[in-house]
Design a protein. Structure first.
Length: 358
């Protein structure tokens, strides 16, 4: 499988992204998806002098609001013949494309602008790290992990979204074919957002668990998290308005109030960051989940003692940076070489790839 990846490298058209951006000049663009992907894509396109007219979102709570001065509307507000390019900005764009096409919308596109801007389709990067890619592939514990790894790389070389069809999995963060949960679990939820993973964890354990540590640095998200977890007894849950990192202290942060908030020296906020090794108390983690917008490697560095001492199960997002796909499994292996390493993918795009270590 990996040989096929390397064979595809020679066929790549490196000008696809620039050609696509050029095709948008002078056009009116509506971005479908007013979340983190849409926000970032809008900024990229505006910086390139392109005309982003509106966001489209199915969430009624977002409709009528503004993102950087741009209105969020419903799909029904966009006429079929209004002359917009509708650029889909969601984790699984092909599903939305099929929906819009079935409703009679025409100029619909889902070119992955954000990922192209962040070098995910830069084949020289794949070529440069060929040895690390080979090492990661050889670490993987099952056939689906190896297929997922290779198909993601094949998509990045060809931009062919059909490579995702064979690898989309279910039960993100709780894949029963990889591990099972006991009644003694202590969850660390890094990037808890509004508490979705906590709800799934409670359901997966049948509400039989020991403890939950939840970390969410964005203040707006943290307020939602507190509201959504108020029913959990205080002796089973600790919420922290902080992020997990390699060092304890303060750091610049872009607080967006959505799933795309991230560490940034140029951010609009300053937040607290903590090392997990210093933040845990008497309850020792048995399962650690990280989905923290590119800070995963730093957070792993801040929990190396916990990993060495307790070997908790790990579920680490490996899609926020262009080299995370191969770098983070290698980091995990370096922290504890006795882990079995798995990869699962949960979208028909380059989002929601998770590395499990058990």
């Amino acid at each position: 499988m990996l040989t096929q990846v390397h064979e595809l490298l020679s066929a790549r058209n490196e000008n696809m992204y620039n050609d696509y951006i050029s095709s948008l000049k002078g056009r009116n663009i509506a971005l479908y998806g007013a979340g983190g992907i849409g926000y970032a894509t809008g900024n990229i396109l505006k910086d390139k002098g392109l005309n982003v007219c509106c966001f489209i979102d199915d969430d009624q709570a977002k409709q009528g609001t503004y993102i950087d001065g741009i209105n969020v509307v419903s799909l029904k507000d966009i006429q079929h013949d209004a002359g917009y390019i509708i650029l889909i900005c969601t984790p699984s764009p092909a599903c939305i494309y099929e929906k819009l096409a079935s409703q009679g919308y025409h100029d619909i596109q889902y070119f992955p602008v954000l990922m192209a801007e962040k070098d995910y389709y830069n084949t020289s990067l794949i070529q440069k790290h060929k040895d690390k890619i080979n090492k990661t592939y050889n670490l993987l514990a099952d056939d689906l992990s190896r297929l997922s790894f290779c198909n993601i790389l094949k998509h990045r070389i060809t931009m062919d979204f059909s490579y995702f069809d064979a690898i989309v999995s279910r039960n993100q963060y709780f894949p029963s074919e990889i591990f099972s949960l006991t009644g003694q679990e202590c969850l660390v939820d890094g990037g808890a957002y509004h508490g979705e993973t906590i709800v799934e964890f409670i359901n997966a354990t049948g509400n039989s668990f020991k403890y939950i540590y939840a970390f969410e640095p964005d203040r707006q998200n943290f307020n939602h998290l507190m509201e959504n977890t108020g029913y959990i007894a205080e002796d089973r849950l600790k919420l922290m308005n902080a992020g997990l990192y390699s060092e304890t202290g303060k750091i610049g942060f872009s607080s967006l109030g959505n799933s795309g908030s991230f560490v940034s020296e140029a951010g609009n906020d300053v937040i607290s960051m903590v090392r997990l090794d210093e933040a845990i108390g008497e309850h020792k983690p048995t399962y650690i989940k990280l989905d923290i917008e590119g800070a995963e490697e730093a957070a792993l560095g801040g929990m190396k003692n916990t990993i060495a001492a307790y070997r908790p199960k790990l579920a680490i997002s490996i899609y926020h940076k262009s080299d995370d796909l191969w770098e983070l499994p290698l980091v995990i292996h370096s922290l504890n070489p006795f882990y079995d390493i798995y990869i699962r993918h949960y979208s028909k795009g380059l989002y929601e790839t998770v590395c499990y270590a058990v």
